[in-house]
Design a protein around this ligand. Structure first.
Ligand SMILES: Cc1cc2nc3c(=O)[nH]c(=O)nc-3n(C[C@H](O)[C@H](O)[C@H](O)COP(=O)(O)OP(=O)(O)OC[C@H]3O[C@@H](n4cnc5c(N)ncnc54)[C@H](O)[C@@H]3O)c2cc1C
Ligand SMILES: CSCCC(=O)C(=O)O
Length: 324
């Protein structure tokens, strides 16, 4: 049987994961990743790697399904002894009492008592809190690991910007769009917009728990802590704002006083590909096109669940074409 030729546009976590999931689902497929930028120069590489839905308003049951698949994937990745992924525990402190449904995927969930809140709260607006364990997945080493598997499976990589999806028509049977914010121009999706995020990476080994509230976050990685965060919608400016950096640092030091002794390593800004919902579907107009983009602040969290469902949609299209 002739091998189906699949093009995946994008080499962020969603592009590389979708390409790998397609190879695993359709072993005889010839998969090519075509991308303008590659890790470590994608939005995915800036992510703190927290496994928790954030700035993604999609259906919570879908979010839970996708997150569970990612958590299972991380456990497989960790079982191989890879760096850049681990369980971490900490505090989620809010100004309003609300227990999100996605907490059901977390471990050791403990809603803090009034007494515990008195010890943990650092601000008058800290009214409600939960302690739980989740995971972090550092994107850059993970994307490298996935890319190596992809190439070992016979996958191809092409570095170029796709100006028009139709360019790929003649050479590919199915096209997968994982262009993130690039979809605004690439497929004319006016529903996708940037949510600017600025972070600081610091070293402070004595901080052992994450801490996030309505405004700030301190998130663990193997050897650094990521301090955030800002969430400015429709802001395209990716230059580091020093005043914002100071606010992020000071705000996190109020929440986690030990951070006062942190050593600042680097500053980063990138744009979350925000959309009312993740677009994960077969394009009804363009037939041979599958979309997997618009993950907002949750692209790492949702990636493997979305990649598996993207691969299933590609398999549907390949089967349909085989009948023609
Ligand atoms: C500061 C910050 C912190 C974050 N922290 C977390 C976190 O802790 N946990 C979490 O789950 N999420 C987090 N996120 C969100 C996460 O980073 C994104 O949701 C995720 O990276 C989106 O991945 P993607 O692969 O869809 O897009 P991207 O990583 O943006 O990749 C898009 C790819 O498409 C390519 N491309 C675009 N247009 C074209 C074109 N026309 N032709 C060819 N190639 C093209 C680009 O070059 C790139 O390779 C964070 C985001 C920010 C900004
Ligand atoms: C809940 S804060 C995690 C960080 C994040 O996802 C982001 O900044 O987009």
């Amino acid at each position: 049987m002739v091998s189906p030729k699949i093009a995946v546009i994008g080499a962020g976590i969603n592009g590389v994961s979708s390409a790998l999931a397609i190879q695993e689902k359709i072993p005889n497929a010839e998969v090519t990743i075509i991308s303008e930028k590659f890790s470590p120069n994608t939005t995915s590489d800036v992510a703190a790697g927290l496994i928790e839905p954030y700035l993604c308003d999609d259906d919570v049951n879908k979010i839970i399904r996708w997150t569970k698949a990612t958590i299972h994937r991380i456990q497989e990745y960790m079982a191989e002894g890879n760096d850049g992924a681990e369980e971490m525990s900490g505090y989620w402190i809010q100004s309003v009492k609300e227990v999100p449904k996605w907490l059901e995927v977390m471990k050791n969930v403990n809603v803090l008592s009034e007494q515990e809140m008195k010890q943990i709260a650092k601000r008058p607006e800290h009214k409600f809190g939960v302690f739980y364990s989740t995971w972090y997945l550092e994107p850059t080493p993970y994307i490298k690991w996935e890319t190596e598997k992809f190439l070992k499976n016979g996958g191809r990589i092409v570095q170029r910007k796709v100006e028009n999806i139709r360019e790929l028509d003649k050479d590919f049977d199915v096209i997968v769009n994982c262009s993130g914010l690039g979809s605004k121009k690439l497929v004319g999706d006016n529903g996708i917009y940037p949510t600017r995020g600025q972070i600081i990476k610091v070293s402070c080994p004595k901080v052992k728990h994450f801490f996030l509230d309505d405004q700030y976050y301190a998130l663990l990685n193997d050897s650094t802590i990521t301090l955030g965060g800002t969430k400015d919608q429709h802001q395209w400016d990716v230059t580091v704002n020093p005043k914002l950096a100071q606010k992020i640092f000071e705000g996190n030091c109020v929440n986690v006083p030990s951070l006062r002794s942190a050593r600042i390593l680097s500053h980063h800004v990138d744009l979350r590909p925000s959309r009312a919902t993740v677009r994960l579907e077969i394009d009804s107009k363009l037939g041979k096109l599958v979309h997997n983009y618009g993950h907002g602040g949750s692209g790492i969290t949702l990636h493997w669940g979305c990649a598996l469902e993207c691969a299933a949609l590609v398999e549907q299209l390949v089967a349909k074409r085989a009948k023609l």
